[in-house]
Write a protein that binds this ligand. Structure first.
Ligand code: ATP
Ligand code: MG
Ligand code: MG
Length: 577
């Protein structure tokens, strides 16, 4: 089969675009406002705003990326999504050369459709949905027979000519123009007819089997308003707008590869400038789903707290989880953009977070599940301890924390019986208290109802070195808080078709009586204007990285309200997982 005349992946050299653009190389990022952006989109943004230009060797001053709302499905789109897209893109630090809406070109797209009809390359089709499906099936079987060198007229079951070659393919141009005008004027009910492109029903590529260009929808458009009762399809819109905007490289994900031919067919049919098309693999991350449709279901079923739930792989979720834009962009650079299909381990994202947080999240002490400890022989009432903000870099200062003879430690640091492999509080065990320069020997671990409730111990000045130095929070000087610990959203690495049943039931565990040292107070204020500055993230010593959540109502001046912390990532990779 010879390569069809339209199927050439080269830009039209003589186009006005090529002349007008000069040295500028233009890409675009075209999300549909039918949900929030996720980490897969971050990969696409990184490619379109940066990596593609690096690969091509385009000088920074010659780079242009358009941010385009691919908004042709009004029933799934909304103002909320439109706003969130821009918000997330801006937060990630990308600056579009221009922001466009496909819907602002509805008039132009309509004119293209009329032009196509006039060329005899589009027709209004009244086949029912079932008939169109039947037709697709028949065409598929026929091309399969052709591919094997057979004769489809002899080898395929005979069907009505309404289905093959299709009842409406040969309507006159004049009638098609009138019928399309009737569609636009709202003379037909929804689903009654569509405008289809008259492509190539003998093509082995099913995307060439007269794909739909316009369908009737009596839905108000969230951006264009009330002007339309029919809307163009993705296949019809995408290439025309790429062309109209003078895009040099139209980068999409691999599942669109089979649509390349229809992309070029339409631009050929309309005699429009042809961009270059490039496909890269879709990002998939283990233990999560990267599909707006699925993420929407999680939101609607209230499985999560919303689009910005800290477990969500959305940009807003990752932001609320404490991921900085540097971290997300570093991750995207690390994974790169190739055609290889791959499932990226969550740990690669987590490792990017650890690297970014190490230098910005200062130390603090917290106990997530507190157990009270009392020293029986402590002299004095308290002791002021100096804690370095970043032990690896003393130049970044320190803060004071007050130690008192009654304090709290985490329940994970106590056991009712001594154990050779356990270095926390257990009867007779010697432990050090971090930053307090105090060694204590455990006298008693009180248990009630099978649970450790209290520990008593005494200061000792013996010469033995403790096996561990535990973190603590004073019983007098502390701030109560809520700590939300997060784990994978899905219990399996690759959620299947039954993904809704594979949600990890303990992906969020809430500790409502946690305590944190008061040094964090002013940095946790609910009124902080730039909430997502790195100073809202802390390394809780020995526990992990945590960030102040949006649900925080705490006001440092009055001490009223609640602080909520989200776990960002553990200190080290959890090898057990
Ligand atoms: P979803 O299924 O989540 O809705 P989509 O591809 O329909 O994804 P769009 O809003 O149309 O989402 O995507 C805008 C751009 O982002 C497209 O160019 C698309 O290819 C790209 N993109 C979307 N998801 C991913 C992903 N997981 N990895 C890489 N690029 C992606
Ligand atoms: Mg899409
Ligand atoms: Mg989609």
């Amino acid at each position: 089969r010879p390569i069809p005349v339209w199927d050439q992946n080269t830009p039209s050299q003589a186009s006005d675009h090529a002349k007008a653009n000069g040295n500028v190389v233009r890409t675009r990022f075209p999300p549909e406002p039918n949900g929030y952006l996720h980490i897969g989109h971050a990969k696409s943004m990184n490619m379109n705003f940066s990596l593609a230009f690096e690969k091509l060797g385009v000088a920074p001053e010659n780079r242009e990326t358009y941010f385009r709302y691919d908004d042709t499905n009004p029933e799934k789109e909304s103002k909320e999504y439109i706003d969130s897209l821009l918000n997330d893109l801006t937060w990630l630090g990308w600056k579009p050369a221009k922001t466009t809406y496909s819907s602002e070109s509805f008039e132009f797209l309509h004119d293209c459709a009329v032009k196509l009809i006039k060329k005899g390359l589009a027709y209004v089709c009244f086949l029912t949905k079932e008939e169109v499906e039947k037709q697709r099936e028949v065409l598929k079987k026929r091309v399969a027979v052709i591919a094997k060198g057979g004769d489809p007229d002899k080898q395929c079951e005979s069907v009505s000519t309404d289905i093959f070659p299709g009842k409406y393919r040969n309507t006159s141009i004049a009638d098609n123009l009138r019928l399309f005008e009737d569609m636009r004027k709202g003379k037909f009910p929804e689903g009654h007819c569509t405008l289809r492109m008259k492509m190539d029903i003998t093509s082995p590529n099913p995307n060439m089997h007269d794909s739909m260009a316009y369908r009737i929808k009596y839905t108000r458009h969230p951006h264009a308003g009330d002007g339309w009762c029919m809307y163009p399809s993705y296949d019809f819109t995408h290439c025309i707008i790429d062309s109209l905007e003078g895009i040099d490289y139209s980068i999409c994900t691999l599942e669109f590869e089979t649509r390349r031919e229809s992309y070029y067919w339409l631009l050929w049919a309309l005699d429009l400038y042809k961009p270059r098309v490039y496909e890269m693999s879709r990002l998939n991350i283990a233990h999560t789903v990267l599909s707006k449709r699925r993420l929407l279901k999680l939101v609607e079923s209230k499985t999560v707290r919303g689009w910005d739930d800290p477990r969500m792989p959305t940009i807003s979720g990752l932001r609320r989880r404490g991921y900085t834009k540097e971290c997300l962009n570093t991750f995207c650079n690390d994974i790169g953009a190739t055609r290889n299909m791959n499932l990226v381990e969550v740990n690669r994202l987590e490792q990017a977070a650890r690297v970014c947080l190490a230098d910005v999240a200062r130390r603090a002490m917290a106990v997530v599940d507190p157990v009270k400890v009392t020293i029986s022989n402590f002299s004095g009432e308290s002791k002021t301890c100096t804690v370095p903000n970043f032990p690896q870099n003393p130049a970044l200062g320190s803060h004071d924390v007050i130690f008192t003879p009654t304090f709290y430690i985490d329940s994970a640091d106590v056991k009712p019986e001594a154990d050779a492999n356990f270095f926390g509080f257990a009867p007779t065990q010697l432990v050090g208290l971090k930053y307090a320069d105090i060694k204590v020997r455990c006298d008693e671990v009180k248990v009630s109802g099978g649970k450790v409730v209290e520990v008593t111990c005494s200061v000792t000045d013996e010469d033995t070195k403790p096996k561990s130095y535990l973190t603590w929070v004073s019983a007098v000087h502390n701030i109560p808080c809520e700590v939300r610990k997060y784990d994978h959203l899905f219990s399996v690495p690759e959620p299947s078709d039954k993904w809704e049943e594979e949600v990890n039931a303990s992906s969020e565990v809430v500790y409502s009586s946690a305590l944190v040292d008061p040094s964090v107070a002013s940095l946790c204020n609910a009124g902080l204007t730039d909430k997502w500055k790195s100073n809202n993230a802390f390394q809780f010593e020995r526990i992990g990285y945590f960030v102040v959540d949006d649900d925080t109502t705490y006001v440092a001046e009055t001490g009223k309200g609640k602080i909520v912390f989200n776990s960002i990532v553990s200190l080290k990779e959890d090898v057990a997982k």
